[in-house]
Design a protein around this ligand. Sequence first.
Ligand SMILES: Cc1ncc(COP(=O)(O)O)c(C=O)c1O
Length: 345
Amino acid sequence: MVIDLRSDTVTKPTPAMREAMAKAEVGDDVYEEDPTVNKLEDYAADLLKKEAALFVPSGTMGNLIAILTHCQRGDEMIMGNLAHTFLYEAGGMAALGGVIPHTLQNESDGTIRLEAIQAAIREKDVHFPRTRMITLENTHNRCGGVVLPEEYTHQVAKIAQKHDLKMHLDGARLFNAVVKTKSTAAALTADFDSVSFCLSKGLCAPVGSILCGSRAFITKARRIRKQVGGGMRQVGVLAAAGWVGLTTLVDRLEDDHRRAKILAEGLSQIPGIKIRPNSPQTNMVFMDIDPSIKKSTSEISQQLKMDEILVGEAGLYGFRLVTHHDIDDNAIQKTIAAFSKVMRP
Ligand SMILES: Cc1ncc(COP(=O)(O)O)c(C=O)c1O
């Protein structure tokens, strides 16, 4: 069987999910009449202690809807230069919302320096775009699947309040942060006006993300979801899978974190492999190959592929390996052995 470590997005729906999908009660969700979607949205809003929630097709759409809801054309959003929304969401905020990304350097722990945020906020002046919002990411994907310190988000929120800015969290892997910190989703998101999190990554659902916020925010977001074509009909069949993920699969993310650690420890023993600092905190292992090893990352990943192991390339000499529901202890040992073979001179 193929060992697919490229991402936790490759997880397949579990048998319990397929059963729940088959039995799901459905209705027209654009009319807000799908009982399974309504139940999932209410549960998610309660969990994050927000007033309301909205089921959306993807994390990308959740982030886009949040930005379009908070901002007007020509507004500016402060975000990290390694944010998923900046790097990998096809420029949707600019293409569809006319929103200007004001990127600031992400530190290796996923934070942006507070002084840099403070300095980036525009004064009220007819020449300047209006700074409208700040987006953070937790866990932070490109920074290594790292968890944002809770105290840090409080500090950013203080700045946001002072300048009347909205705070959005791209919490695609929020529950990895919850499990890692042993905090609650509500505590980790208390500072944010809006939060998106994914059901389709470590939580194994085939499709779906949730956007949470105040009732007024979600009412506006629901209209924008329709505008961007994300209003779905008898979508309880998908929400049912998300329900199983959110109510039964959060605690098992701990297994992914444990396996990522074992994987990193095993790989770190192989000459020529360096695990990046900060990695792994959750379910992502970021590693680099010493340039003196005369093999490119694509050569290495091609050789691993012959052993039915798929990995993600990250930078000129690097890889990202992501553990998830479909990666067991045996897969971890096979991966370490395969790297060991490929790295032999
Ligand atoms: C941090 C982060 N945000 C957002 C997304 C987008 O999610 P989706 O693939 O559901 O659009 C991803 C996807 O990997 C992600 O890693």
